[in-house]
Design a protein around this ligand. Structure first.
Ligand code: TYM
Length: 347
C-alpha cells in the first residue's frame, strides 16, 4: 500500500454572508487541525462563479473569507492560505477528473439538484461539474483529511470514487512511473463535533444557509452583538423546557439545534450542555446562549473588520500562500500527466 503523508485541505466559497454554520461546522475545526496537521485552506473563488457573481463583490468576499480564516486563528505562515483561481493546476486537474468521473455519478449529486432547482437546462455546466473541481482541489495536494460540514459528505464520497477509479484505470502506468499502487490517496472526510449541520434559526428542518432570504435565519460573521442577541431571542423554539438528556432532543429539531450551537460555541458536548441547562425554559436558555455567542464571536468579528481595513495585507497573505500551494499542486499535476501519457514537450 502506498502511504501518504497526512495533510488537511478544505475550502470555503466567497459568496457572501459567512455564517455561524460555516464558522462552527468548518472554520473552528480548521483552526484545531493546525495543531496536529499540515493544513491548506483555500478560498474557492472558481466554485463561486458556477453561479453569477458581481465581480466587485466577489473580490471583496474573497478578502472577507481570508479575513475570517485569519481572525479565527489560522496561522498563514505555518499553513497555506490562498485563493483557488491563482493556482491554475486546480482547473487543469479538474479537466482530467471530468474525464474520469461518470455522468451517472454527477447526476446523483443532491447539491446540484438543489441549486439548479427546476430550471436545470439553464444551470451552468460549471455547476454540474462542481464536484470534479472540488476533487481536484483536494487531490492536487494529495490531501488525506478534509474537514467539512455534513452537507459536503456526498462530494467527498465522489472525490474518493475519482481517486479510486484513477488509481485503478492507470494502475500499470502508476506503478511504472514509480508511484507504487496509488497515485492519489483515498481521502477521509472529517465530519465531527456538535455542529456538523447547523440549522436555520427560523426552521429546524432547514440548514442554516447564506442563500436563505430571511436574515433572521442565520447569524452572520459580520453581525454585531445586538443583531446576534436579537436573532437568538427570535429563534423558533417549542414550548417545552430543555430535557436533561440528549435522547429528549429527538423530534425537537429547534431545541436540538440551539443546544448543538451552544455546545460548539462552548467546546463541550450536547450532554454537557443538558447537564447544566436541562429543565431550563427557553426564556432562560436563550439569553445564556446569546451571551455565549457574543462572547465567542465578537472578538472574531472585530478582528475581521480590522483585517479588512487593510486589503494590502490580506492580498500579501494570499500571494504568499499561492506561491507555496502552486509548488505542491504543480508537482502533482506533472506526475498525473506523466501517468496519463500526456507528453511533456515544453521546457
Ligand atoms: P461552503 O462555502 O458552502 O461552506 C463552507 C464550509 O461550511 C460548511 N457549512 C456548514 N456546516 C455546518 N452547518 C451549516 N449550516 C453549514 N453550512 C455550510 C460546509 O460544509 C463547508 O465545510 N463545496 C464547498 C467548498 C469546497 C471545498 C473544497 C470543501 C470547494 N472545494 C474542497 C472542502 C474541500 C462549499 O460549497 O462549502
Amino acid at each position: 500500500m502506498t502511504t501518504f503523508t497526512p495533510r488537511v485541505f478544505s475550502g470555503v466559497q466567497p459568496t457572501g454572508n459567512l455564517h455561524l454554520g460555516n464558522y462552527l461546522g468548518a472554520i473552528v475545526r480548521f483552526v484545531e487541525l493546525q495543531k496536529t496537521h499540515a493544513c491548506i485552506y483555500c478560498v474557492v473563488d472558481l466554485h463561486a462563479i458556477t453561479v453569477w457573481q458581481d465581480p466587485k463583490e466577489l473580490a471583496a468576499n474573497t478578502r472577507e473569507v481570508t479575513a475570517a480564516f485569519l481572525a479565527a486563528g489560522i496561522d498563514p505562515k505555518a499553513n497555506i492560505v490562498f485563493n483557488q483561481s491563482q493556482v491554475p493546476e486546480h482547473a487543469e486537474l479538474a479537466w482530467v477528473f471530468n474525464c474520469v468521473a461518470r455522468m451517472g455519478w454527477l447526476n446523483r449529486m443532491t447539491q446540484f439538484k438543489e441549486k439548479a432547482g427546476k430550471d436545470r437546462e439553464n444551470a451552468s455546466v460549471g455547476l454540474f461539474a462542481y464536484p470534479t473541481l472540488m476533487a481536484a482541489d483536494i487531490l492536487a495536494y494529495l490531501a488525506t483529511h478534509v474537514p467539512v460540514g455534513d452537507d459536503q459528505k456526498q462530494h467527498l464520497e465522489l472525490t474518493r470514487d475519482i481517486a479510486i477509479k484513477f488509481n485503478n484505470d492507470f494502475a500499470e502506468s502508476i506503478a511504472g512511473h514509480g508511484y507504487g499502487e496509488a497515485f492519489f490517496p483515498v481521502t477521509e472526510p472529517l465530519i465531527t463535533g456538535p455542529a456538523t449541520r447547523v440549522m436555520s434559526l427560523r426552521d429546524g428542518a432547514k440548514k442554516m444557509s447564506k442563500s436563505d432570504p430571511s436574515d433572521l435565519s442565520r447569524i452572520n460573521l459580520t453581525d454585531d452583538s445586538d443583531a446576534i442577541a436579537r436573532k437568538i431571542r427570535k429563534a423558533k423554539t417549542d414550548p417545552d423546557a430543555l430535557p436533561s438528556e440528549v435522547a429528549g432532543l429527538k423530534d425537537r429539531p429547534e431545541a436540538d439545534n440551539l443546544v448543538g450551537i451552544y455546545a460548539a460555541l462552548a467546546r463541550v458536548t450536547r450532554d454537557d450542555v443538558l447537564r447544566d441547562h436541562g429543565g431550563a425554559q427557553f426564556s432562560a436558555f436563550k439569553p445564556a446562549l446569546a451571551d455565549l455567542a457574543v462572547e465567542v464571536l465578537s472578538p472574531v468579528t472585530a478582528e475581521m473588520q480590522r483585517l479588512m481595513a487593510d486589503p494590502g495585507h490580506i492580498d500579501g497573505v494570499l500571494a504568499d500562500g499561492t506561491q507555496r500551494a502552486r509548488a505542491i499542486a504543480a508537482e502533482t499535476v506533472r506526475g498525473a500527466k506523466d501517468v496519463l501519457g500526456l507528453v511533456r514537450s515544453a521546457g
